[in-house]
Design a binder for this molecule. Structure first.
Ligand SMILES: [Zn+2]
Length: 156
């Protein structure tokens, strides 16, 4: 039997929710409800762009708000509904982007969990894994959660 080890290191909640050009935060377009993406724009702005209807909106990166314990989470800048969310064992399973989804997959799939201090911030109770809800950490939900994660991956 091989051990599936999970190592937490760089996946801090602040970095994982921050959009990048390679891994934008995926949201529901407020106009046409298609998939749209939030990416950095210039030095201090973010832009949400919908490739389906052409809706675009930009905003300064100075204001961010988080709704980490919400059942209806939104992106940190515009407050748009996240594209990657689905119902799972009576709860809402959601992710900002592919990287976040892969983090959840490796976390939930791991049979042995290890925590390591963050390279820059050291031990922190705001680390992503320590903030995951109990139902997501429960072994009895593991199989169903992994199915839901693979469904979300197919929406990307
Ligand atoms: Zn649209």
């Amino acid at each position: 039997m091989s051990e599936n080890r999970f190592k937490e290191n760089r996946e801090h909640r602040f970095t994982i929710s921050k959009p990048s050009l390679d891994d934008p935060v995926l949201v529901v377009c407020p106009k046409c409800k298609s998939k749209s993406s939030v990416v950095p724009h210039g030095e201090d702005q973010v832009r949400c762009a919908c490739f389906t209807c052409g809706y675009t909106v930009s905003k300064s990166t100075n204001q961010r708000s988080f709704y980490w314990h919400s059942e209806n989470p939104t992106d940190g800048y515009f407050g748009f509904e996240l594209w990657l969310q689905t119902g799972c064992v009576g709860h809402s399973l959601w992710a900002f982007n592919l990287k976040h989804l892969e983090f959840l997959e490796s976390y939930v799939g791991a049979t042995l969990r290890e925590r390591k201090p963050h390279e820059e911030w050291g031990w922190s109770n705001s680390s992503l894994a320590s903030r995951l809800p109990k139902w997501l950490k429960s072994a009895k939900n593991r199989a169903q959660i992994l199915v839901a994660i693979s469904e979300l991956k197919s929406k990307i």
